[in-house]
Design a protein around this ligand. Structure first.
Ligand SMILES: Nc1ncnc2c1ncn2[C@@H]1O[C@H](COP(=O)(O)OP(=O)(O)OP(=O)(O)O)[C@@H](O)[C@H]1O
Length: 254
């Protein structure tokens, strides 16, 4: 069963107001970096604009679990990166209230040369946790990730699933105001995915945490989210109740 929808008068956690994102991509293909720099030195580089997001607007209420769905390359991660402040939109405005724990790119915020333990402190600091807070919660993080005995191993020797475990455990050791989860879980094994889903549900049910979830696992979106936004090729296709949007998305034909 999905958690109850927060009252309509709940304050806004995220407001996307007419957001567009345009990337400049090189019009020509280069075979090497050298060729690229030669073209740049000769002022022969030409770019074309690619509109990854086109006038997207939505509001996410505090405590709500909000899903973003859409086929590959539709702009979901770009939207999450704008919300997390990693990218600046080309046009439009994003307002976010509260602290964000972003699980967007696996390994972002980690240094692969450092040990897992050092990375917990590094990533924790990036999330705004004080050292004594991490000292206090270190074992909880290790226990949640189920990686006791691997803490002195450099992260470069971790599997992607192990990195995901550490990243998820750090991000949810406390209640962030906004938890952003972008496919991070998909590299974990099914037991860890179930554990993460339980933790996300706990956070949602606390009513204090707003969850933004991007996933190609539509059943997961249906189990967790109150409302869903379907972005297709940069355009807002549909915004509404989870069942309605997921049903429409599932019936998408090539
Ligand atoms: N830094 C960038 N420079 C140029 N183009 C980019 C950049 N980042 C994303 N894009 C393009 O923007 C589009 C949207 O990408 P995005 O990663 O947001 O899609 P997505 O919906 O998350 O896709 P997927 O489901 O495959 O993860 C894609 O065509 C992608 O190539």
């Amino acid at each position: 069963m999905r958690p109850p929808v927060p009252p309509a008068d709940a304050p806004t956690a995220v407001l996307a107001d007419d957001v567009s994102m345009i990337f400049n991509i090189a019009s020509e293909q280069f075979n090497s970096l050298k060729e690229y720099f030669i073209a740049a030195a000769k002022h022969e580089l030409t770019f074309k604009e690619f509109r990854a997001l086109d006038h997207i607007s939505f509001e996410v209420k505090r405590g709500e679990a909000f899903g973003l769905v859409g086929t590959n390359g539709s702009g979901k991660s770009t939207m999450l990166k704008i919300i997390a402040g990693v990218l600046e939109p080309s046009a439009g405005k994003i307002s976010v209230s509260g602290t964000i724990a972003p699980l967007i790119e696996l390994g972002a915020g980690f240094d692969m040369e450092l040990t897992a333990k050092e990375n917990i402190y590094l990533n924790g600091a990036l999330l705004g946790y004080r050292k004594d807070f991490i000292d206090e919660h270190f074992q909880d993080i290790v226990d949640f990730a189920e990686l006791d005995g691997f803490m002195d191993m450099p992260l470069k020797n971790y599997s992607s699933g192990m990195v995901a475990r550490i990243a998820f455990a750090i991000a949810t050791v406390t209640e962030p105001d906004i938890l952003i989860v972008d496919e991070t879980l998909s590299v974990g094994d099914f037991l860890f995915q179930q554990k993460c889903e339980r933790r996300i549900k706990e956070l949602v049910e606390s009513d204090n945490v707003t969850v933004l979830l991007v996933s190609h696992d539509i059943s997961l979106v249906e189990r967790i989210c109150d409302r869903v936004c379907w972005i297709e090729k940069g355009h807002m296709r549909m915004l509404g109740e989870t069942d309605e949007v997921c049903e429409a998305y599932r019936s998408l034909k090539r």
